[in-house]
Design a protein around this ligand. Structure first.
Ligand code: SF4
Length: 232
């Protein structure tokens, strides 16, 4: 299967009972401001071209963000920060991501997450992360031929993506590299392919952006660094 097919099949997944219940409950009750909208209420696929050179990996969709619109990082404050920075870094065709059908395209970049359903309190369990891993693994396997860099937003995504990168054909050093905002590790190919640049960045959640721990300029700088080593 290709990525297009993966994106079509993923939204049918019901493997995590707690997350299925939560995503559907949120979609039924809604937030007052979105009362007239139909929520997506299903797993949210990755967004971006199938031959991306850069992957941006978050944590999980937000209850009233991706779980509402059906697109990664769309419809919440985290997404506003991320896509605005991607636009300034030359990776997005417009500075905001409103909803599918808004014409937004990404330049050689795919945005995805290790957990595809919105979790309560934005906190998936380790078990849910592991249950969702085959979806991320398949996505990276399909991206591997063109992928040159991965920018991971936060420690949860970092931990989740390391085994996936190892399975997709890159050598992950032991002990495993630690997450940091300025982390930059080069993973050699386990076969004949090229190396992969693995970079860190604090997550674009409001917990980081509203406290000043992470500024929009810092996100842009990390995106630019990742795009540079991905040859975009
Ligand atoms: Fe399926 Fe992943 Fe959603 Fe669990 S989090 S139900 S594995 S798509």
């Amino acid at each position: 299967t290709g990525i297009d097919e993966l994106d079509e099949v993923l939204p049918t997944c019901r493997a995590c009972p707690r997350l299925v219940a939560w995503r559907e409950e949120v979609a039924r009750v809604k937030r007052a401001a979105f009362r007239d909208e139909e929520y997506w209420g299903r797993p949210v696929p990755g967004f971006g071209p199938r031959d991306a050179a850069l992957a941006v990996v978050g944590l999980a969709p937000a209850a009233h963000g991706g779980n509402r619109t059906g697109r990664m990082f769309t419809g919440d404050r985290s997404g506003e920060v991320l896509y605005a920075a991607m636009y300034r870094a030359g990776l997005a065709s417009r500075p905001d991501s409103v909803r599918p059908g808004d014409g937004l395209t990404l330049r050689s970049t795919r945005v995805t997450s290790p957990v595809h359903c919105a979790p309560p309190d934005n906190r998936p369990t380790p078990g849910e992360r592991d249950t969702c891993r085959p979806w991320l693994a398949r996505e990276f396997e399909l991206l591997a031929p063109t992928l040159r860099a991965v920018l991971v937003l936060g420690g949860f995504g970092w931990q989740a993506v390391l085994p996936v990168l190892a399975a997709a054909g890159w050598r992950v050093p032991r002990p495993r590299p630690a997450f940091a905002h300025d982390a930059h590790v080069v993973l050699p190919s386990a076969s004949e392919g090229g190396p992969l640049h693995l970079l860190g960045c604090y997550h674009v959640s409001q917990r980081n952006t509203s406290t000043g721990r992470l500024s929009p300029g810092m996100v842009e700088d990390r995106l630019r660094a990742a795009a540079r080593v991905a040859d975009i």
